[in-house]
Design a protein around this ligand. Structure first.
Ligand code: BMA
Length: 824
C-alpha cells in the first residue's frame, strides 16, 4: 500500500513538470587568480592556464620569445589559486540534483565551493563529478588551489627504494611534454584546462550513450544504444526512442531498475564511413530519447559512422603483416604523428583545429597518430577527424618512461582510461588504441636496466605489465571492444631485426643514428609509425622567436628553441652530405627545409612502393607546440615547411615513383584507390635546357589498391651525364621528377625566373617560367597568405601557375629563391 502511494507521487511529480530537461551551466566567466602567497587577484581566462593568465596581465614576458622560457621556471614551483563567483537561478536551485562537473583540472587541485572542500583531484586527464546539492546557493564562490606538481612528485619518488628511469613526470598524470621534450619547452603549467559545468536535473539524466555497432554488412547494420543514466525513478516505466537521421528506428518500454541498459536497433542498407581517400566519410546522426508519459526526460545526439576497422596481423613468409582493414578492405595509412598544438592548450581555438586538420587532408593523409606524450585531444579534434575521414591511432598518454605500478596509481589510470575511452568511443575515426610511446623499447634498449638489481628490474617490468597488458587493454576490451589494442609503439627497437618483419617501427637510424637517407630505400618495415628529420621553421616563426624582424639563427637566445642536444650538428652533417652549405642564415633555413623534405620523400616513396609488405607511413611529426626547430612539417604559426608541400605530392593516391637499381631504372605506379587506373605512362630523360635524351610511352593498367612495377629500362649503355639530367615521369596528370645525382652535384644553370602577377578574386595568380630547369623554387613574402604550391621545380620553357590566397589587396614583395643559385 505504502509503495503504491509513493509510486503515484513520483508519477505525478514526473508527469506534471514542464521544461525540466537536465541543464548544464558552463562556469567560464568571472575568474580571477593569484599566487597562493600573494594578496592581489588578477583576471583569468577559463579554460586556460597560469602562464597565459600571467602573460595577459603583463606579469611575465611571452614564454615563446627568445629565452624567456628559462626565466619562467619559478611559475611551476608556486601554488596558484583560482576563484569565481556564480549565481544559480531559483528554478535550478530547486532541482533535485545539482552537480559540478570538472572536465579538466591540471593537476593537483583542491576545490572549494562556498568554503567547503568538495574535491581533491590528481589527474589532469580525468573528469570529476561532485554532488553539490547540499551546499550550493543562489550566490556562490568556487575556489581552486593548484599545488606545485614538484611537491607531489618528490613525495611519490621517496616512496620507492630506487629511482625510476625517468624521474618526476611519471608520478603526475598530466601532459608529459609539459616537462620538456626534444621539441618542446619546459613549461609545466597548471590551471582549469577544460570547462567546469553546473549540471542539474530532477528525475533522470543520461550520463552516456554508446551507439555500439555489433554487426555490419551491405544489407544491414545491427547496433545497440548502451545507455548510462542517473535516476530517481526506481521501477518507473519509461519509453526509449532511437532516431537515426531523424527517423524513428525503435521504441522500447522498460521499467527503470538499474543505471545501464541497452536498446537494439537496425539500419537497412547502411552507408559506410570511409577514410576520405577511398570513399566518403559518411556520418549518421543518432539520437537516444528517454520519455515518461510522452514527455522527454533527456536525450543525447551523436554523429556516428558505420565501419569495421581491424589491425590485421597474420603470419607470412617474412614475419607478420601489420595493416588496417577498413570495411574489409586493406587501407594504406599515410599520415603523421600529432602532438598538442600549443604548450598552453587553452590557447588552441576551433579554427586552429580546422586549419590543421584541413592541412592534413590537403596533404593526402588519412591517418594521424595522437602521440602518448601529449593529451587525449578535445572532442572537436575527433569530430573533425570523423567528418574529414581521417583515421586516428590513439595512444594512451604515456611516453618514453617507466611508470609506477602501485595500486593507487593503477586505479587512477584506470579511471582516466575509462573516462577517455567512453568519451571517444562513438568516434568512427578511432582506429586503434595504443598503450604507450616507446616505453617498451626504452626499457629494453636505452640502458635503463644497467646498474639495477634483479628485484628492481622485475618490479619495474611488472608495473609495466600491469599497466599496459592489464589495466589498459582491459578497459578497451570492456568499453570499446570493436577496436584493437596495441601495447606499445614501436613493437621492437630498431636494433631488433624483427622491427623490419613484424609490428610497427620507429626508424631513428635516420636522424638519431645519422644514417644517410638512402638507408630508407632498403630498410622497409611492415608499418612505419615514426621516422623524421628536423628543419628550421618559417621566417615568420624565426622572427617570432627573435622578438624582432630578424631572420638570424645564431643568437644564444635563439638556441633555446633547439631542444635536441645534437640538433644543429645533425642538420649540418646531413646538409654537407648532399647539399651546398649556404652562408646567409635565411638561405640556411631554406636549405634545411630541403634536406628534410627530400630525405623524407625518399622514405615515403620507398615505403609506398613496397606495399603490401609495408602498409603505412606516419612521419614524425606533423606540428609544433611553440616556435621551434623541429621535425614538424607545419610550424607553430601554421606555415608549411617544404616538407608539407612535398609530402602532399608523395602522398597522392596515385603516385609515380622511380628508383635506380644496379643500372636499371625502375618506375612503379602506386594506386591507393579502390578503382583500377589506366593511362599512358610517359617517361623522359631531359637535360636542364629541355632537350630530350630518352623517351618512352606506354599504355598501362594498374590494379586497385596496389603498387606495380611498370617500367624497367637498362641504363648500362646510356651516355648521359648524371649530373645534367632529370627523369620526368607522368601518368594521368601525376608527375614525378627523379634526379640521378645528389643535389649538390647537379650542374644546374642560373637564369632569371620570369614572373607575372595578376590579381584574382581570392588573391593573386603568379606565373613563372624559365629557359632552364629551376629546382626547388621557393616563393615567400611578408604579405600574409598562402601559396597553392611551393618548393617546386620549373621545367625548362614551361609555365608554372601558382595561386596566392590572401586578404591583402596589394602584393608587391614576392621574393623567389631557386636551388640553382646555390650551385657553385
Ligand atoms: C620519437 C618520439 C618523440 C621524440 C622524437 C624525436 O621517438 O616519440 O619522443 O620527440 O622521437 O626524437
Amino acid at each position: 500500500m505504502k509503495r503504491l502511494f509513493l509510486a503515484i507521487i513520483i508519477v505525478t511529480a514526473v508527469g506534471c513538470k514542464k521544461d525540466d530537461l537536465p541543464k548544464s551551466q558552463v562556469l567560464n566567466e568571472n575568474w580571477q587568480f593569484k599566487k597562493s602567497a600573494d594578496t592581489s587577484w588578477y583576471a583569468a581566462k577559463v579554460p586556460g592556464q597560469v602562464h597565459t593568465d600571467l602573460l595577459n596581465n603583463q606579469r611575465i614576458e611571452d614564454p615563446f620569445v627568445a629565452n624567456n622560457e628559462l626565466d619562467l621556471q619559478w611559475i611551476s614551483e608556486e601554488d596558484w589559486v583560482y576563484k569565481s563567483k556564480f549565481s544559480v537561478d531559483e528554478e535550478t536551485l530547486k532541482r533535485k540534483h545539482l552537480e559540478l562537473k570538472f572536465n579538466g583540472l591540471d593537476t593537483y587541485a583542491s576545490v572549494f565551493l562556498n568554503d567547503s572542500l568538495i574535491l581533491n583531484s590528481k589527474n589532469a586527464f580525468r573528469t570529476y563529478q561532485v554532488d553539490v546539492k547540499s551546499i550550493i546557493k543562489s550566490e556562490n564562490e568556487l575556489k581552486i588551489v593548484f599545488e606545485s606538481t614538484g611537491k607531489h612528485e618528490t613525495l611519490e619518488a621517496e616512496k620507492l627504494p630506487y629511482k625510476m628511469p625517468v624521474d618526476k613526470r611519471v608520478f603526475t598524470r598530466k601532459p608529459q611534454f609539459h616537462y620538456g621534450w626534444d621539441w618542446g619547452p619546459i613549461l609545466t603549467s597548471s590551471g582549469i584546462s577544460r570547462a567546469i559545468e553546473l549540471v542539474s536535473w530532477n528525475d533522470l539524466k543520461i550520463r552516456d550513450v554508446y551507439f555500439k555497432q555489433n554487426y555490419l554488412d551491405d544489407g544491414s547494420a545491427s547496433l545497440q544504444a548502451e545507455i548510462d543514466i542517473e535516476y530517481d525513478m526506481l521501477s518507473e516505466p519509461v519509453e526509449i526512442e532511437i532516431f537515426v537521421n531523424d527517423e524513428l528506428k525503435s521504441t522500447t518500454e522498460l521499467s527503470i531498475v538499474s543505471n545501464t541498459f541497452s536498446v537494439p536497433f537496425q539500419i537497412k542498407n547502411p552507408k559506410r564511413w570511409w577514410p576520405h581517400n577511398v570513399g566518403e566519410p559518411y556520418l549518421y546522426s543518432m539520437k537516444a530519447v528517454i520519455k515518461h508519459d510522452g514527455r522527454i526526460l533527456d536525450q543525447v545526439e551523436k554523429k556516428k559512422g558505420l565501419r569495421t576497422v581491424a589491425l590485421i596481423q597474420e603470419k607470412d613468409n617474412a614475419g607478420k603483416t601489420f595493416y588496417f582493414k577498413v570495411n574489409g578492405v586493406p587501407v594504406y595509412a599515410k599520415g603523421a604523428n600529432y602532438i598538442p598544438q600549443h604548450s598552453f592548450q587553452g590557447e588552441v581555438t576551433k579554427a586552429d583545429y580546422e586549419r590543421l586538420l584541413d592541412d592534413t587532408v590537403d596533404a593526402n593523409m588519412n591517418m594521424l597518430r595522437v602521440w602518448g606524450g601529449g593529451i587525449y585531444e578535445e572532442d572537436i579534434f575527433y569530430e573533425l577527424c570523423d567528418e574529414k575521414g581521417i583515421m586516428v591511432w590513439q595512444d594512451f598518454m604515456f611516453a618514453c618512461a617507466m611508470y609506477p605500478g602501485d595500486t593507487a596509481f593503477l586505479e587512477n589510470v584506470k579511471q582516466e582510461a575509462i573516462d577517455n575511452v567512453k568519451r571517444l568511443r562513438n568516434h568512427s575515426s578511432i582506429a586503434l588504441w595504443c598503450g604507450n610511446n616507446e616505453n617498451n623499447e626504452a626499457w629494453h634498449n636505452w640502458g635503463w636496466q644497467t646498474d639495477r638489481g634483479q628485484e628492481e628490474i622485475d618490479e619495474i617490468w611488472e608495473s609495466y605489465q600491469a599497466l599496459f597488458n592489464g589495466v589498459l587493454p582491459d578497459v578497451v576490451n570492456q568499453y570499446h571492444s570493436e577496436i584493437d589494442y596495441w601495447e606499445s609503439s614501436p613493437s621492437f627497437g630498431r636494433r631488433d631485426p624483427r622491427s623490419l618483419t613484424e609490428g610497427d617501427a620507429h626508424d631513428w637510424w635516420i636522424w638519431h643514428d645519422e644514417y644517410p637517407f638512402e638507408h630508407l630505400l632498403e630498410a622497409i618495415p611492415r608499418f612505419m609509425s615514426e621516422f623524421g628529420f628536423q628543419a628550421f621553421p618559417s621566417y615568420e616563426a624565426i622572427k617570432y622567436i627573435n622578438g624582432n624582424d630578424s631572420i638570424s639563427i645564431s643568437s644564444k637566445a635563439f638556441d633555446t628553441h633547439q631542444k635536441h642536444p645534437r640538433g644543429y650538428s645533425i642538420i649540418r652533417n646531413y646538409m654537407e652530405r648532399d647539399y651546398p652549405i649556404p652562408e646567409k642564415d635565411e638561405d640556411y633555413v631554406y636549405m634545411s627545409q630541403l634536406v628534410q623534405a627530400n630525405g623524407m620523400v625518399l622514405g615515403f616513396e620507398a615505403q609506398r612502393r613496397a606495399r603490401p609488405y609495408n602498409m603505412g607511413t606516419l612521419y614524425w611529426q606533423l606540428n609544433d607546440c611553440w616556435p621551434v626547430i623541429s621535425w614538424s612539417s607545419i610550424d607553430y604559426l601554421g606555415n608549411w615547411k617544404a616538407m608539407h608541400f612535398k609530402t602532399k605530392k608523395a602522398f597522392e593516391d596515385i603516385l609515380v615513383s622511380t628508383k635506380v637499381d644496379n643500372d636499371t631504372l625502375k618506375t612503379w605506379i602506386v594506386n591507393d584507390k579502390l578503382e583500377k587506373q589506366s593511362g599512358v605512362l610517359n617517361s623522359k630523360i631531359i637535360d636542364f635546357n629541355g632537350r630530350i635524351i630518352w623517351e618512352n610511352k606506354q599504355q598501362v593498367e594498374v590494379s586497385s589498391n596496389t603498387s606495380e612495377l611498370k617500367l624497367q629500362h637498362s641504363l648500362r649503355d646510356s651516355t648521359f651525364d648524371k649530373n645534367k639530367v632529370v627523369l620526368v615521369s607522368e601518368f594521368n596528370g601525376k608527375t614525378n621528377h627523379y634526379y640521378f645525382s645528389r643535389p649538390k652535384d647537379l650542374a644546374l644553370h642560373t637564369a632569371e625566373i620570369l614572373k607575372t602577377i595578376e590579381p584574382t578574386e581570392g588573391g593573386f595568380k603568379i606565373e613563372l617560367s624559365s629557359p632552364t630547369l629551376q629546382k626547388d623554387v621557393f616563393l615567400y613574402s611578408s604579405t600574409k597568405g598562402r601559396f597553392s604550391d611551393n618548393f617546386f621545380d620549373i621545367l625548362p620553357n614551361t609555365t608554372v601557375v601558382i595561386e596566392f590566397e590572401t586578404n591583402h589587396k596589394t602584393f608587391e614583395d614576392l621574393q623567389i629563391k631557386s636551388f640553382n643559385n646555390f650551385i657553385r
